[in-house]
Design a protein around this ligand. Structure first.
Ligand SMILES: Nc1ncnc2c1ncn2[C@@H]1O[C@H](COP(=O)(O)OP(=O)(O)OP(=O)(O)O)[C@@H](O)[C@H]1O
Ligand SMILES: [Mg+2]
Length: 790
């Protein structure tokens, strides 16, 4: 039997062969292909062939062949492949399956279609002789390079494809091998089949492989593009989904939170601009990762905004009688302030949006400034909040920190409003004079905006970033000392001065307010604890030295605690009196008064004003032999030093009138000292006091210790007005000095001091001589000791 190769080589084929039309495949020589044949006529041809040469001619159909009887060369390609039938399998449903192997190309010159079979006359298909061997080799090497690219690209071509191809050299085998891997359309395959030169076929195959490379590169690009976009969007989505699922498992769903915020927003009573801003923040929050820093910051911010009383306003209780009752019930005295509050309520009653003053209470500690603010709020039916500015140095305390700060907070005013819970509370700005300034800005400048009715309508807090209307707030400020409040700030305030209480007032305050509070707080309400007026007076004079009542109140509380202990321990109620009081409070602190009790040479009782009330200060002068120098000690300020010089000059000019030897001024040094040396003192009001000490020491005439004085001295010997009259008279009263010399020009200030004048005699003087006449005692008391010997 002939082998396939033999036949191929000898081109020894029958002239007529049965034809099998192939529909979607072109079979090349050497290819082994299974074919399904259903047509009876073709099957018959196959059976006939199997019995004879076992050869058939495979011709690709140009289109679907419906009627085999009329089939001709126009329906089938005329170049095809002679194939040998390797196996025939009958299919139970009808038809047969055959396995064929291509042997060689052949051309059908004529198709013979009869009722029984389909045949063709066959002639050999001649390949041309390859002349250009170099071109052939070059195209083969190109193909091998492409194969390498292809196998690396990870497409349909496996790495084996390149490996096997690289070892092949026979053009025919290379063609077969590539054809078995390429997927070609029938037309493309037929075109290849009809080529007569191997070089042409290889060139065509090279083109197909190039396309494969492009396709695989394109595929790769699409894949990596898709991967990239997956990287960004999908990754985030993927991670978010994971967080969501985890949160769901934990029962903490974010969406719920965002929904809650929107609900809160819907219920919030705030200006439209605020709502828009809140909405913007909620939207941003919904887009941020819930665990991020930014989300925490936004949450805090929204908490603040929601908690502010944007439109929550309380109605003022504009009832004068009620207000008077409240003010009187909580504070004794303070007539001027109470009157001012009642005036304000009256204006409000007539005009709802009338002018609201910013009251500023100035006075010594413990005189009821802060507590009065609270009473005013109560009398007006307003909410109350307090801001202490003591030691505030950072502007951000007033205006708030920017939200970029970690732990940022709104300023004190916004905090106070949140606490108050209404947009028209009464805010007490406490210790306004203790406000500081440093490199972080000047808080008092920020206060200007807060306290200016024109500007505070749109008060801007850095943290909120949205304006808040402060114009409905009623501000009450307190301070101990006006000097440290800046001029523009002072200009916005209506200053009301509180000067301190006299002994009788303190006793009344104790009986009406302090005692009851102390007794209640100590749980003694059910016991008859009694502290008599005499004991209260004793406490005030022997244990306290203050303008206000804070220390006094503390000591009353101490007595109450002693009473409570005695009830618990011994079941007895203590009866306090002047004899046993030292047992409970310790020895009396202020036994003798600070003022002079003896008429001395060179020492005069002066009166000074301090932020903590009036004080007696003794001005001492001594003479020493020297060269006419003036020595000043006791931490004196420039103004005070200058007034000492003025006093000395006055004495020198009028030396003759006072019988002073002129040489005294040139061969003696004069030393003036003002205790306590550690406390800074300044001001011109000690002018006449210094003059008297100087004259006393120069004339060796003693000073009448029953007098205390204050007044600025000019070089003409006139006494100029001074400040703090009430405080100074109070100090004299406290120190039991019966006569007080004041400048005549302060006469009007005495209107407020009528209550004091009963226990202290006030002498108004126009010139220094009037004071000298009263205070400088005659020389016969010369044997009195001088300051130098004290
Ligand atoms: N006229 C008064 N009637 C009743 N109680 C008073 C009166 N004055 C002061 N008090 C009481 O004295 C105490 C101290 O008062 P408050 O704290 O208001 O003083 P302040 O003037 O603000 O002092 P500071 O300047 O030190 O802040 C409070 O308990 C207050 O009730
Ligand atoms: Mg206070």
């Amino acid at each position: 039997m002939k082998t396939i190769e033999d036949r191929d080589q000898k081109d020894n084929f029958p002239e007529i062969l049965p034809v099998i039309p192939t529909v979607d495949v072109v079979v090349f020589p050497h290819m082994i292909v299974p074919l399904l044949v259903l047509d009876a006529k073709i099957i018959k041809g196959i059976q006939q062939s199997v019995e004879e040469s076992k050869l058939v001619l495979l011709l690709a159909a140009k289109q679907q062949v419906n009627n085999l009887n009329t089939i001709g060369t126009k329906d089938l390609h005329d170049v095809g492949t002679i194939a040998s039938i390797m196996r025939v399998i009958k299919i139970p449903e009808g038809g047969i399956k055959i396995l064929v192997q291509g042997i060689c190309k052949a051309r059908a010159t004529e198709i013979i279609a009869s009722d029984n079979n389909l045949q063709a006359t066959v002639e050999p298909f001649k390949n041309v002789e390859e002349k250009d061997v170099v071109a052939l080799a070059s195209v083969i090497s190109d193909i091998k390079i492409i194969a390498e690219n292809l196998s690396g690209s990870g497409g349909a071509f496996s790495p084996d494809f390149h490996l096997i191809l690289s070892k092949m050299n026979d053009p025919e085998k290379i063609i077969d091998f590539i054809l078995s891997h390429l997927v070609l359309s029938v037309e493309q395959a037929q075109e290849l089949l009809e080529k007569t030169s191997q070089a042409e076929i290889l060139a065509k195959l090279h083109g197909h492989l190039m396309r494969e490379v492009e396709v695989s590169q394109l595929q790769e690009r699409i894949k990596s593009d898709a991967r990239e976009s997956m990287n960004k969007a999908q990754k985030e989505f993927y991670l978010r989904e994971q967080i969501r699922v985890i949160k769901k498992e934990l029962g903490e769903e974010d969406d719920q939170e965002i929904d809650d915020l929107y609900n809160k927003l819907a219920q919030l009573d705030a200006p439209e601009s605020v709502k828009t801003e809140i909405k913007r923040h909620i939207q941003r929050l919904s887009r941020t990762a819930p665990e991020s820093m930014e989300a925490t910051v936004t949450h805090n911010y929204l908490d603040w905004i929601f908690s502010l009383p944007w439109n929550i306003e309380t109605e003022d209780r504009l009832d004068i009688d009620y207000a008077r009752k409240i003010l009187d019930a909580e504070h004794h005295g303070l007539k001027k302030i109470k009157e001012r509050i009642l005036d304000f309520i009256s204006i409000r009653k007539l005009k709802q949006d009338g002018y609201a003053p910013i009251l500023c209470f100035v006075g010594p500690p413990g005189t009821g400034k802060t507590s009065l603010g609270k009473s005013i709020a109560k009398s007006l039916g307003r909410k109350y909040a307090r801001i202490s500015l003591g030691g505030v140095k950072d502007e951000a305390e007033i205006r708030g920190h920017r939200r970029t700060y970690v732990g940022a907070m709104p300023g004190r005013f916004i905090q106070a409003l949140k606490k108050a819970g209404s947009c028209n509370p009464l805010i007490v700005i406490d210790e306004l004079d203790k406000i500081g300034a440093d490199f972080r800005g000047d808080p008092s400048a920020a206060m200007l905006e807060v306290l200016d009715p024109q500007q505070n309508k749109t008060f801007h807090d850095n943290y909120l970033g949205i304006p808040f209307d402060l114009s409905k707030v009623m501000f009450v400020a307190t301070a101990n000392n006006l000097d440290t409040i800046s001029e523009p700030l002072r200009d916005r305030l209506e200053i009301i001065e509180l000067s301190g209480y006299i002994l009788e007032e303190k006793i009344t305050i104790a009986k009406k307010h302090l005692l009851e509070r102390a007794i209640n707080d100590s749980g003694l309400s059910d016991y008859k604890v009694d502290i008599s007026d005499a004991v209260l007076k004793d406490i005030i004079t022997s244990y306290t030295k203050e303008a206000g009542v804070r220390q006094f109140e503390r000591i009353i509380r101490r007595l109450c605690s002693k009473a409570a202990r005695s009830i618990v321990e011994n079941d007895t109620i203590i009866k306090f009196d002047s004899d046993n009081i030292e047992k409970y409070l310790g020895p009396r602190k202020f036994m003798s008064e600070d003022a002079l009790t003896q008429d001395l040479i060179g020492i005069t009782n002066g009166l000074a004003w301090t932020p903590y009330g009036g004080e007696i200060i003794k001005i001492e002068a001594v003479l020493m032999s020297g060269k006419g120098k003036l020595i000043l000690t006791g931490h004196l300020g420039n103004v005070m030093k200058e007034s000492a010089q003025a006093a000395l000059s006055y004495a020198r000019v009028h030396a003759k009138e006072f019988g002073i030897d002129k040489k005294m001024f040139t061969n003696h040094d004069l030393h003036i000292h003002v205790p306590a040396g550690g406390v800074p003192k300044d001001g011109p009001s000690a002018g006449i006091t210094m003059l008297l000490s100087i004259l006393s020491v120069l004339t060796q005439r003693p000073i009448n210790s029953k007098y205390a004085m204050t007044g600025e001295l000019n070089l003409c010997g006139e006494v100029m007005p001074i400040g703090g009259v009430r405080e100074k008279i109070l100090a004299a009263q406290r120190s039991k000095v019966p006569h007080v010399i004041l400048p005549y020009k302060n006469k009007n200030d005495l209107v407020d001091c009528q209550d004091l004048i009963t226990s202290v005699e006030v002498i108004l003087v126009k010139t220094a001589n009037e004071a000298i006449d009263r205070v400088l005692l005659p020389a016969e008391s010369k044997n009195k000791p001088s300051a130098a010997k004290v």
